[in-house]
Design a protein around this ligand. Structure first.
Ligand code: TMP
Ligand code: MG
Length: 212
């Protein structure tokens, strides 16, 4: 199980539009893996608890204005400031379920019109996920779910652009999950894929870096 000092934890990322169900499914996956006895933590980006995270949070809630390029670099810096802790946790055998990661950074900033390659560059060298789930939902359906909290990016027109950016980012390794299925079905699909990933990492799959 997760405790062996020989084996590392898995880096599992959830991506998707706002209101695609990432947060609920992250919590379900956390209880599932914990229930099997694996040491597991739930992380999220932006991590609003740091001082960089607070700048991001006040930008998102429209309390402050920031240049788009600067915003992009702050989101990236918010991942860099957690990088060494992330590596330490993984190497000590803890699996991390991460609600949004570098892909959100690129999808949201490039949806504003920033150059795609420029957006990717500051993510180079961060730890590469072992598994990426994409909760796939048409932007119109996500908007119908309500609960857009009024944050800066929570607007249908913008989410449509983000959806297109995510599409350009996807690769064959991503696990695309139909976010319109019942919650329970989504959870089951994800559990099966996640447990295999956790076991592979335990057996010695190497940690790698973006972009690999
Ligand atoms: P949250 O709703 O998951 O807390 O994320 C807040 C918003 O920030 C969400 O609309 C996605 C956006 N975002 C970026 O623009 N860049 C990033 O790097 C991340 C992690 C999130
Ligand atoms: Mg949100």
């Amino acid at each position: 199980n997760g405790g062996s000092s020989e084996s590392r934890g898995a880096l599992i990322v959830l991506e998707g539009l706002d209101r695609s169900g990432k947060s609920s499914q992250s919590m379900r996956l956390l209880s599932f893996l914990e229930g099997l006895g694996h040491s597991t933590e739930l992380w999220r980006f932006p991590d609003r608890t740091t001082s960089i995270g607070q700048m991001i949070s006040s930008y998102l809630s429209n309390e402050s204005q920031l240049d788009d390029y600067t915003t992009h670099l702050l989101f990236s810096a918010n991942r860099w400031e957690k990088r060494s802790l992330m590596e330490k946790k993984l190497k000590s055998g803890t699996t991390l379920i991460v609600d949004r990661y570098s892909y959100s950074g690129i999808a949201f900033s490039s949806a504003k019109g920033l150059d795609f390659e420029w957006c990717k560059a500051p993510e180079i060298g961060l730890l590469a996920p072992d598994l990426v789930f994409y909760l796939d939902i048409p932007p119109e359906k996500a908007a119908e779910r309500g609960g857009y909290g009024g944050e800066r990016y929570e607007k249908l027109e913008f989410q449509r652009k983000v959806g297109k950016s995510y599409h350009a980012l996807r690769d064959a390794s991503w696990k695309i999950v139909d976010a319109l299925l019942p919650m329970e079905d989504i959870a089951k699909q994800m559990q099966e894929i996640a447990i295999n990933c956790v076991l592979e990492c335990q057996k010695g799959k190497r940690l790698s870096h973006l972009w690999s």
